[in-house]
Design a protein around this ligand. Structure first.
Ligand SMILES: Nc1nc2c(ncn2[C@@H]2O[C@H](COP(=O)(O)OP(=O)(O)O)[C@@H](O)[C@H]2O)c(=O)[nH]1
Ligand SMILES: [Mg+2]
Length: 377
């Protein structure tokens, strides 16, 4: 094979034989090392619905991972079969404790999850998921998970899945929520969902978990900085991390500060009073106390029925979220809308049209096209 290979980023080929831009002939590809590889790859592509569901219900990690890949896939065909798998798994889901763990990057979430995870994997099957819509750009949580949770990932009772790669927050959150269903059907009875405490993803995670844990660093004098008040209000517990060696006193001080701050927040609907603890994932101190705290919380909310009420409320939230996202997607991907939106924006910028009128015009355009009456806008 003498045809010249094209290389990525190839610059125009120089005619000068001494030039560094000369492109050499490509090397002939060796024959396929394993002649069966094509066959294997093909058969790995997709299983039947029954094979997926049976595999998941039998706790087969490999099949579980492959089903999650279908959920995360951008191919409509994959999503269709994913929806069917979810439907089949739904009756077997729900039997877990879902715990959200948040905090700024570097606070120690992954290290904490590994420490707590290792303590509970003897008695529980633990799935660790993540919601990080920025993961595609930063690679943050993926890299972190792999390096920080080495011991935990070696446990056969633990299943660690990094955040689906970036997309809209709504999309990433929905995929994680669907992944929870599959994990529960596969027998995972404790689900940790890690998220980066820098924005909207906390609200999404809060609305898919039973217990929300906020990890915080002991700062010098500015304890309440860095994390938004709204996120603190959602927390069922705050853990001051890295309470070890020279940091212990600072952590104890921060604990008092946060305890005082939490008193100022309105009481929770759950009837639970949020607590502040200190811990060191590195030394393993304070970790079992946090687990015990979670158990006390669950005891309370299962007794007063908040646990079930909250899950029903969350179902409603996701029902409406999915509807909203679906409608938005369809609207913004409509070719007519796409075309007219540009024109309208230009008119708004030129002060020829109010933004309100422009929006109404576009909605009319879209809904009329789809046989909607004017009154439905
Ligand atoms: N001293 C101390 N360092 C910790 C502790 N937990 C985590 N770290 C360190 O903090 C850094 C960030 O930890 P990581 O778990 O990746 O944080 P994440 O970004 O929140 O997931 C790492 O260098 C850890 O070794 C702890 O309990 N004590
Ligand atoms: Mg991490």
């Amino acid at each position: 094979m003498n045809a010249k290979k094209k290389f990525v980023g190839e610059v125009e080929e120089s005619n000068n034989p001494g030039s560094a831009l000369k492109v050499n002939d490509g090397v002939e590809q060796p024959p396929q090392v394993n002649p069966h590889i094509k066959k294997i790859r093909k058969s790995r592509q997709r299983l039947s619905l029954e094979e997926y569901t049976n595999g998941i219900l039998n706790g087969d990690i490999n099949i579980l991972s492959r089903a999650i890949t279908l959920i995360e896939s951008k191919l409509p065909d994959d999503n269709l079969i994913a929806q069917e798998i979810i439907e089949k798994c739904l009756p077997y889901s729900g039997n877990s404790i879902r715990i959200g763990i948040t905090g700024v990057p570097g606070v120690g979430k992954s290290t904490f999850i590994e420490a707590l995870g290792l303590q509970i994997v003897n008695n529980h099957k633990l799935a660790v998921l993540a919601v990080d819509p920025s993961s595609d750009r930063s690679g943050g949580s993926i890299l972190g998970d792999k390096t920080r949770m080495e011991k935990l990932s070696a446990s056969r009772n633990a299943f660690i899945r990094p955040s689906p790669s970036a997309g809209s927050l709504g999309g990433v959150a929905r995929k994680t929520r669907e992944t929870i269903i599959l994990c529960e059907a596969a027998g995972y009875d404790v689900i940790f969902i890690e998220t980066v405490g820098v924005g909207q993803s906390e609200t999404a995670v809060h609305s898919m978990v039973d217990f929300f844990l906020l990890l915080m660093l002991a700062g010098a004098g500015d304890e309440l900085q860095g994390i938004k008040r709204g996120i603190m209000e959602m927390a069922d517990a705050i853990a001051i991390t890295k309470a070890d060696s020279s940091n212990i006193q600072k952590a104890e001080f921060a604990k008092v500060q946060y305890q005082n701050a939490l008193h100022l927040f309105p009481p929770q609907k759950s009837g639970w009073t949020p607590k502040v603890l200190t811990c060191s994932a590195l030394e393993g101190t304070g970790i079992s106390e946090i687990w015990n705290l979670i158990q006390s919380y669950l005891k309370l909310v299962k007794t007063n029925n908040y646990f079930n009420e909250n899950r029903r409320r969350q179902d409603m939230y996701w029902f409406y979220q999915t509807l909203e996202n679906g409608l938005k997607d369809k609207f913004f991907n409509d070719s007519k809308v796409k075309h007219h939106i540009e024109i309208l924006i230009q008119q708004i910028n030129d002060n020829k049209l109010s933004s309100f009128k422009a929006a109404i015009d576009l909605l009319k355009l879209y809904f009329e096209k789809n046989d909607w009456t004017r009154n439905s806008i």
